[in-house]
Design a protein around this ligand. Sequence first.
Ligand code: ACO
Ligand code: ZN
Length: 177
Amino acid sequence: MTTNKETKTDIFDTSNSGPDFFIRRCVVEDLDEVIDINEQELPEDYPYFFYKSILDNFPECFLVAQNERGRIIAYIMWRVEKAPSINSLKYINKGHLVSIAVSERARRKGIGKSLLLHSMKAIKKYKIHEYVLEVRVSNYTAIRLYEKFNYKIESIKKNYYRDGENAYFMTLNAKHF
Ligand code: ACO
Ligand code: ZN
């Protein structure tokens, strides 16, 4: 049964990756390293069971980047939410970017872009209509990354973060990706 793990982690096309990293799906054994990166790079921390439930429920779009030594250097995770659509009474699925982080030493090599690209393709399996995310208004780097993918600022969420900072609520219609 050695193929089981291979299909679970299936390695994504590396054409958009550098020579020193590749993108693959996250597996439960990666979670401790994912949590380490989150704690290093972002003030928003989550308990283990939160990561585990995201992985259990939305494994297709929970991706990690691994370096040549087999260490996890970045992750991206999404959840799919049912939300009322703006212009009808129907409920639609939205892909909500929960968190992305690249280890500081590994930044500016295209890993963030690659994670976003592959996960946005993968999450389409859950039949989403829209991509949504919140980002700190001061997080210029991340905002630039999202703008590269054509996300637009839809509104400002006041006091969104625990320290009182506002968030931009950014969205992209899935038809446009
Ligand atoms: N200054 C300006 N623009 C930048 C910078 C920077 N220092 N770094 C990245 N960008 C922009 C550029 O537009 C860049 O494209 P380009 O290289 O073609 O100009 C684009 O982002 C993508 O660059 P990557 O190399 O793919 O990005 P990287 O791998 O460095 O990851 C990330 C970007 C994820 C934002 C990283 O800086 C990071 O982990 N930051 C800390 C964690 C964080 O803020 N995460 C987002 C929180 S919001 C959320 O999770 C919903
Ligand atoms: Zn959010």
